[in-house]
Design a protein around this ligand. Structure first.
Ligand SMILES: O=C(O)C(=O)C[C@]1(C(=O)O)C=C[C@@H](O)C=C1
Length: 357
């Protein structure tokens, strides 16, 4: 056994030495890129370039490693190279251990400065003020729908959407002991309670449910109070040394949340992009249909359509529309020019590379 392993491990050692040398060669080139950017004051984080690199490694991947695995490795390589140029600060809905924090790492890799904020409003404020270069905010959940506070704030902010990231949301029921003995309350964010309600009705119909500010806060509470169990990600549970009572309790096994990266950067076209818009029309029959006609005319696909009642201003509804393509793509430019004419309110929230997952 040992005799057979030895030469194989020597092979791995040789390959690791090559990988290490190549990684540092790559890092040195990234440093040069950093100097060129510094001369022209160009942005360090280039989401369109990173998306192209990650799509490229998946396209060229011969295996046996899976595409997701090689993309994860290359995301971290780019993150580390980027940090040699400049370590970007990213605000997110904290505390640490939230799905928002996972979204930050999924988009930027680990070599970033995370800035946990107490609310979605604060993420916008920190990014607008420049305390953070970027912010990560939840936009929609596959089982619960739009995150309304984010949509409302998008309407007013001067920030742009520079990227999107979707993550699988798996909830676990956890407590200090990993059991439910003595637990009288289950705490979680209201969205998480809603996403697990069928499972909770079947398994713990008589235990009180209490909505708290975040799942990570619920995990923190459970870590200091044995009468509290929390619904949160297992990562949050690990941060607070909780034991898992039951994993994957969300009613929809494919539960996902999509996040927007907000900032002051408008990425260039990456070859596979989305553009987000907010529109409003006068309240008359057929107005929405007419408004959207230019998209069909120019062959631009709509990937999302969401309406929000207007709480202030003249219009009854704002429509949040995502389309395929980048504002610099000619068909999108033409469609948007016509849309702008038909709309009573028109705002481009940004064009950005489509999420890899
Ligand atoms: O190509 C660039 O602009 C770089 O700075 C290099 C690099 C990389 O490591 O590949 C790093 C950061 C950018 O976000 C994009 C790519």
């Amino acid at each position: 056994m040992t005799d057979k392993l030895k030469p194989l491990r020597e092979k791995i050692d040789t390959i690791d030495a090559q990988i290490l040398a190549l990684l540092n060669q790559r890092a040195a080139v990234a440093q040069e890129v950093g100097h060129v950017k510094a001369e022209t004051n160009a942005p360090v984080f280039r989401p369109e370039r990173e998306a192209q690199v990650l799509r490229g490694v998946a396209d060229r991947n011969p295996g046996p490693l899976g595409n997701l695995e090689v993309q994860t490795i290359f995301r971290e390589i780019m993150s580390a190279c980027r940090a040699l140029e400049k370590r970007v600060t990213v605000a997110y809905l904290g505390p640490v251990g939230t799905f928002s924090e996972q979204a930050v790492y999924q988009q930027f890799g680990r070599a970033v400065e995370g800035l946990p904020c107490a609310s979605i409003d604060e993420v916008f404020r920190a990014t607008e003020a420049g305390t953070a270069e970027f912010g990560v905010v939840p936009v929609e959940n596959s089982s619960e729908g739009a995150i309304n506070r984010t949509l409302d704030l998008m309407l007013q902010t001067p920030l742009i959407i520079s990227g999107e990231v979707a993550i699988a949301v798996h909830h676990s029921l956890m407590s200090k002991t990993g059991a439910m003995d003595g637990v009288t309350v289950i705490c979680a964010h209201s969205q998480a309670l809603a996403q697990c309600q069928v499972w909770l009705n079947q398994n713990y119909p008589h235990v009180e449910r209490r909505a708290v500010a975040s799942n990570a806060e619920a995990a923190r509470m459970a870590s200091v109070d044995p009468t509290i169990a929390a619904i949160a990600s297992e990562i949050a549970g690990m941060q607070y040394s909780l034991g898992v009572v039951k994993g994957h309790i969300q009613d929809d096994p494919h539960n996902r949340t999509r996040f927007a990266i907000i900032g002051k950067l408008q990425p260039g076209p990456s070859g596979s992009d989305h553009t987000s818009l907010v529109l409003a029309v006068p309240n008359k029959a057929g107005a929405v249909y007419q408004l959207l006609a230019p998209l069909a005319k120019h062959g631009v696909s709509m990937t999302r359509f969401e309406s929000r009642p207007a709480r202030v201003g003249t219009w009854e509804y704002y429509f949040y529309v995502d389309i395929e393509g980048h504002v610099q793509n000619p068909s999108v430019t033409q469609a948007l020019d016509e849309l702008r004419h038909n709309a009573a309110f028109f705002k481009v929230l940004g064009s950005y590379p489509t999420s890899l997952t």
